[in-house]
Design a protein around this ligand. Structure first.
Ligand SMILES: [Zn+2]
Ligand SMILES: [Zn+2]
Length: 210
């Protein structure tokens, strides 16, 4: 669950999320993404709200549980029941849910890099969905940064369709490296058109997001 934004209790400065969702591109045959990416190779990234110390803003951070959690979730969907992590499967049919969870498990077994802040790929962050993060931001002595108006981020739903305007949803490698942006998708198509990008490119073209 992500709040709409965070706000300082003293100076009222707001900190918004530049991105509230992201997808892994997982292709176990190691086919790199081309000009198009199949929807079937995109996996919702489980995330938590965090504060990136490098970017000095709120951001989504990869939420990567221990392998056993993935094994257990796979067992649950194999038994025909839904899970909420790493993906909400209640709207998937049994076959889809099993295939997805098998892929997440395989990804978890291969994953080497520690969880990253998905703004810049760094690991200098703190989670904000803990009891009392008591976060202070630079040059503000009195306030703490608090969440405002909670809402749920549903898994697997694209906020913009890519039909009338580019979706510009970020896609990452299984190790959390920014690879490309989903741009356009025709109705009922099973592929997305993509534009390659990297963390350093996106820092130049998407400065300051709050
Ligand atoms: Zn402040
Ligand atoms: Zn960052």
């Amino acid at each position: 669950m992500l709040p709409s934004y965070y706000q300082c209790t003293s100076c009222r400065e707001r900190f918004g999320f530049a991105h509230t969702e992201g997808y892994y591109y997982l292709n176990f045959d190691h086919v790199p993404p081309g000009a198009q990416v199949p929807v079937a190779d995109l996996y919702t990234i489980p995330v938590r709200p965090g504060w990136c110390k490098d970017c000095a803003t709120v951001c989504i951070v990869e939420d990567i549980a221990v392998t056993r959690v993935f094994e257990d979730a796979y067992g649950v969907v194999r038994a025909g029941r839904p899970v909420e992590y790493p993906l909400r499967t209640e709207n998937l049919d049994l076959q889809q849910a099993q295939e997805k969870l098998a892929a997440y498990l395989r990804w978890r077994l291969e994953r080497r890099h520690p969880a990253r802040a998905l703004c810049c790929g760094g690991t200098s962050y703190q989670f904000l969905d803990v009891a009392q993060p008591l976060l202070k931001h630079a040059e503000c002595d009195f306030g703490v940064v608090e969440p405002q108006s909670q809402y749920f981020i549903g898994g697997g739903t694209y906020r913009t369709s890519g039909v009338l305007s580019p979706a510009n949803v970020r896609v990452y490698s299984g190790e959390g490296d920014l690879m490309c942006l989903l741009t356009w998708r025709s109705r009922d198509s099973d592929t997305w058109e993509v534009t390659p990008t990297t963390y350093s490119q996106s820092m130049r073209t998407e400065p300051g997001s709050a």
